[in-house]
Design a protein around this ligand. Structure first.
Ligand code: HGY
Ligand code: MN
Ligand code: MN
Length: 412
């Protein structure tokens, strides 16, 4: 018997959640521990408590919503995603997995069907790198992929530490208490928009993720010599921005020359000092994002970038330092859970496509402690991380039905 989800309720909640934002609609900005984020969390917790689901939060704000099974001591089945949003994002990235997960739990409970294993919905406290420059710090700390020293070492652009921000947001407790006990979960399934164009192009309603690309983050500091834009003649300059520009192009070239479509490299942040039109840039800070589903190929790109930095430093007489913020392993989905998702989609009469995730997700870190899989739904034009990000009510409902059916099967 198919579980009946209430898609009107789900769509209404997605609209309400989107309104918790620091920028006017249709954009959404909801950075971890901001007022918008904390208000959104409070609203979500109220929704869960209103239907009698058990809710708890850990010391960094990961939120756990549990549907108790008849064998509560068995490792639970988990689902979840994130509600934080990068500046000027859309309203579906992450939230479809969180509210779709809540809808799946409610629908399973309302179906009257008993589950043997408990099912736990997790809101990971932050999936986006906006606040601390590293993505997924919530799932990293949950799974031990980030040391507890992060409580002091993770600092935002105003120098505030994770400890300061989480405790002032009301999340007390030790950072050590965040690490999940072994065998907490028997499986993890995340519902998410594709953030790519394939499902829409091929008119397939469901994606089953087989691999998640591995991200690496670099911070590159270029120090030259500043000076007066008129007084320092060209032959005598050590212009940090011109050097940085060569590095940005070298980063792009290093991804293109692998000749594999799965390699991507982006410089998404560039800060120029002193930042005056009539002053030669003395220092530039770049942040680069390099990913691939093949870890060796990704690491080769990182070494190419290091080589380019030393060549530019020598040629231009500037000093360049390079910090690797993270260099994660890619993840593979569990063949068993892939089959369960495929069976669930088949049961619901939905075509599916096995595919790679080019975006990273909390599933990447959950794969370090349990079997995982992801369910994708189409998004319009493949657009994401933009205010015009869009997923249709029909596709969201389909994805939620497949998630509910999958969780039900895994929990038996
Ligand atoms: O960047 C990513 O892949 C994710 O959307 N944070
Ligand atoms: Mn995102
Ligand atoms: Mn996401």
């Amino acid at each position: 018997m198919a579980i009946q989800i209430n898609s009107d309720r789900l769509l209404r909640e997605l609209e309400i959640l989107a309104a918790f934002s620091d920028v006017p609609p249709p954009a959404v900005t909801r950075v971890v521990y901001s007022d918008a984020d904390m208000n959104a969390r409070a609203w979500f917790v109220d929704q869960c408590k209103a239907v009698g689901l058990r809710v708890r939060a850990d010391a960094i704000g990961n939120i756990f919503v549990r549907l108790q099974g008849t064998a509560p001591d068995l490792p639970a089945i988990a689902t979840g995603s994130h509600i934080d949003a990068i500046p000027f994002a859309g309203k579906y990235d992450g939230t479809v997995g969180v509210l779709g997960g809540l809808e799946a739990l409610r629908a399973i409970r309302e179906s009257g069907l008993r589950v043997r294993r408990s099912i736990e919905l997790i809101i990971f406290t932050a999936e986006e790198p906006t606040r601390f420059g590293i993505g997924c710090f919530g799932s990293r700390l949950l799974t031990g992929a980030l040391p507890v020293s992060a409580d002091e070492s993770l600092r935002d652009s105003e120098g505030r530490s994770l400890f300061e921000l989480r405790t002032s947001a009301g999340y007390q407790g030790t950072i050590e208490s965040v690490l999940l006990p072994n065998n907490s979960y028997a499986g993890f399934v995340e519902l998410h928009i594709e953030q790519g164009p394939l499902l829409e192009q091929e008119q397939i309603p469901i994606g089953i993720v087989t691999d998640i690309a591995a991200p690496a983050g670099l911070r590159i500091s270029v120090e030259g010599e500043g000076g007066h834009a008129g007084a320092v003649l060209m032959p005598y300059r050590k212009d940090a921005l011109c050097a940085a520009a060569e590095i940005v192009l070298a980063i792009e070239r290093s991804a293109l020359t692998t000749e594999e479509i799965d390699t991507c490299a982006t410089v998404g942040k560039c800060e120029i000092f002193p930042g005056a039109v009539n002053s030669i840039p003395s220092k530039v800070l770049l942040e680069a994002d390099v990913r691939d589903i093949n870890e060796n190929r990704r690491n080769h790109v990182l070494s190419e970038i290091r080589r380019a930095c030393s060549e530019v430093a020598a040629a231009r007489g500037v000093s360049i330092s390079l910090e690797t913020v993270n260099a994660d392993a890619p993840a593979k989905s569990s063949p068993q859970i892939i089959k369960t998702v495929a069976d669930a989609a088949h049961e619901l009469g939905l075509h599916y496509k096995k595919m790679v995730s080019r975006a990273y997700h909390d599933s990447l870190f959950m794969s370090q402690i349990t079997e995982i899989c992801m369910i994708f739904i189409p998004c319009k034009g493949g657009v994401s991380h933009r205010p015009d990000e869009f997923a249709s009510a029909h596709d969201i409902a389909n994805g939620t039905r497949v998630l509910a059916e999958t969780l039900m099967r895994l929990a038996q």
